[in-house]
Design a protein around this ligand. Sequence first.
Ligand code: PTJ
Length: 248
Amino acid sequence: MTNIPKSHPRYDSLVLRERLVAGYNDGIVATQGLIAHGRGEMFYYLLGERTTKEARTAERAAAALMLLAKNPVISVNGNVAALCPGEVVRLAEVTGAKIEVGLFHRSDQRVAKIQAVLEDHGAKDVLGLLPDARIDGVDSMRGLCCGDGIHSADVVLIPLEDGDRAEALSRMGKKTIVVDLNPLSRTSRSGTVAIVDEVTKALPEISLFAEELEDDASEQDRLLTNYDRDANLQAVMNVMQGNLGKLG
Ligand code: PTJ
């Protein structure tokens, strides 16, 4: 890895890039994942590279939704495995969620490598290597899933997607939590809860809120009742617009 000096003004961002490149060299990240990350960086820059209060609102709602779920599942792709495997495992522990690897550019070899990375970080019973079900209406490889996992889940967390699976999962009656730095994406507009935040920041925030809300069912209900996805996304757009105005 390139040695990034801590004094560099964009240290955090460059460290994430290094993780992605290392994940790519290890066969975890798809080539296309590098492009997807660059797209995310651009939106993060417009947000001021910080977690906004709008993101925190969505993260609290996401924590409530996962705690209220009977069978929550966290779906993991190559980028997420390279960027924050430990955070995935912690969130699964805190919320009682299963973990399933679901890839767009799927190969069994890459699924096995991602499973191994998650296991190195303490995950047990990672699903995805032997899919035995399909998500209706998703013709890509990402439509493959496990009957014990995503197919029977009531809530699915899908970080860094394109929108087809989020829409298909909601047609199957499931609730979805999406993490996507692009507030305009089809994914953001089709998630039950849409979090516009960098994934390495979003997952620990959800875990913290889940710990805080664990024993408070009425607060979980209240958060979900009050959460308004479209108003939240509009507020995020306003933040971006404001930052663009400052640059001009
Ligand atoms: O590992 P695979 O084979 O499943 O492939 C994964 C990728 C990411 C290549 C695949 O899902 C893909 O092509 O995704 P898209 O359509 O490029 O969408 C990714 C979305 O995630 C974009 O809207 C990005 O803005 C956003 N994004 C990228 N990096 C981050 C992010 N959002 C949050 N945190 C990030 N670090």
